[in-house]
Ligand binder design. Sequence first.
Ligand code: PPE
Length: 312
Amino acid sequence: MATFEEMDVDTIWMDGEFVDWEEAQVHVLSHALHYGSGVFEGVRCYDTDEGPAIFRWDGHLDRFYQSAKPYNLEIEYTPEELTEATLELVRRQDLRSCYIRPIAFYGYKQLGVSPVGVPTRTSIACWPWGAYLGEEALENGVEVKVSSWRKHASSQIPTNAKTTGPYINSLLAGEEARRHDYAEAIVLNKEGYVAEGPGENVFLVRDDEILTPAVSQSILDGLTRDTVIELARDLGYEVNEHATIGRGELYTADELFFSGTAAEVTPVRKVDNVEIGDGGRGPVTEAIQSRFFDVVERRTDDYDEWFTYVET
Ligand code: PPE
């Protein structure tokens, strides 16, 4: 993966202003650094014939504000202000396609777990980000390991909020998998059912039906998950979006794939070294993936309501 230094980016929006990339800094005693008290989003902007187009911006923005609620974290900017800031940020840096990372967090004032009285900071950055699990993975799929770490239960933290702190669970699961030469992990929830990947939702194909764990299974309610469900139904597939999936069902699935903003639609070809289906990208996965890329790269006029165009 490219480092920020290698990228042609120079501006970050921070607390109402555009600042130089190097100036976008926080104090080492910031609350969020110590207690993980931030919420964030990951959004993709695609290069299209109509110029850069941000995919499902409204949905991501909505989830951003919702994520902040359980923590009483006051995002001091309106959706319109954050939208304008983001569009301007993409324009100023002449980015064609990029990943957009809004974040809001408790900043610097005093330390202690309680954030009462600590000011909120808000920032948005964007940079070019290629295929999350590699270009090759989109075509041939990835090998994954069922993690020995379990996902935190929704009785322990609000799993539907995209909070910075809990990503330590994703780090543990992902790195455990990579230390064992797998590309990624699948994490089970506290009850032992399939939850999601460290940064992806999971889909399973069985007998022409598509299944994905219910939101109640301690998963993030992914925008890409929602997109896949809609695209799959429109293609004529049966989708069960309220599934409870046991670990064993992973190995016997006809096909498996990940969805996520960063991961887009990535096939899973092996779980714990067991081949899934024919051990490559299955036909249903391919149909959905190809429709997904046609939509986000605007090779169709359908679903135009999902896009926010950067050029006016
Ligand atoms: N589950 C988790 C745990 C998750 O982090 C993501 C996104 C998803 C599901 C899919 O959600 P959505 O992007 O709305 O379809 N993960 C983000 C962060 C990745 C990272 O490495 O950072 C992302 O894909 O942007």
